[in-house]
Write a protein that binds this ligand. Structure first.
Ligand SMILES: [Zn+2]
Ligand SMILES: [Zn+2]
Length: 249
């Protein structure tokens, strides 16, 4: 009979073998590291962490501290449909490279790194009942073969003990890339693109949902998802992303 101690020993042996065959490396510069899911010191210094002060609705970093309930101009003008958003870093330089790595293969330890940083940035004052990754349209999923938001949500779930459900939302309309679109066009682009799967409507009623994605730009996609979740009865919708793009008009 195997008890807990044996399982731990087996897991440790398995990890040692895996580390020998595939030694931990920095996902950004590939230098050798002591453990998987970390970043080397030199690369770490290249990330711009987002700390207070930031907009309490969309997580946009502020230059000056206007209080913990300060809201940015864009959120005053068009309040997002989610209640709050938190991002780990600014979407610049190395953060952009890491997100591109995530989207183009998700290997090399980038998923545990980004997911781990996101889990650690989860605000302690916020309560969450369910993690919901932003879904890809099935055509995009077939092409890419994985949904990077689901990979990140799985790591956040493992680190926090929260449950992630990738079947709550579905993208019912493929949306063209939003790369060059401004705020208004992004809203139009994702309007009606998501829906809550019918069989999920009861389980999410009254729940506090946390949407998971890699990057937040204007928040149009997260807002479109939050709108559907609230229509289906969710009591609160937060957003957790790895990187936050600065103000876009
Ligand atoms: Zn590095
Ligand atoms: Zn804002």
């Amino acid at each position: 009979m195997l008890d807990q101690r044996h399982f731990r020993l087996l897991a440790q042996t398995g990890k040692a073998v895996a580390d020998f065959l595939l030694p931990p490396r920095c996902p950004a510069c590939a230098c050798r590291l002591m453990e998987h899911g970390a970043l080397c010191g030199a690369c770490w210094a290249k990330l711009t962490m987002i700390a207070r002060p930031f907009c309490c609705r969309c997580g946009l970093a502020f230059d000056v501290d206007a209080g913990s309930d300060a809201i940015c101009g864009a959120c005053i003008q068009t309040p997002p449909d989610f209640d709050w958003a938190r991002a780990v870093v600014e979407y610049d330089g190395l953060a952009r490279d890491l997100v591109l790595k995530l989207k183009h293969g998700a290997g090399g330890g980038v998923v545990p790194l980004l997911g781990g940083l996101m889990a650690a940035s989860l605000p302690s004052e916020k309560q969450t009942d369910l993690l919901v990754p932003i879904p890809l349209h099935r055509r995009r999923l077939l092409k890419r073969r994985f949904n990077q938001s689901l990979l990140l949500a799985s790591v956040v779930a493992r680190k926090t003990g929260l449950v992630a459900d990738p079947f709550v939302l579905e993208r019912i309309r493929p949306t063209p890339s939003q790369g060059k679109l401004g705020r208004k066009d992004r809203d139009k682009n994702v309007r009606g693109a998501f829906q809550v799967r019918l069989q999920q409507k009861t389980p999410i009623a009254g729940k506090r949902i946390l949407l998971i994605d890699d990057v937040l730009t204007t928040g149009a996609t997260a807002s479109a998802c939050a709108r559907e979740l609230k229509k289906a009865g969710a009591s609160e919708v937060g957003v957790l992303v790895f990187a936050r793009v600065g103000a876009i008009r």
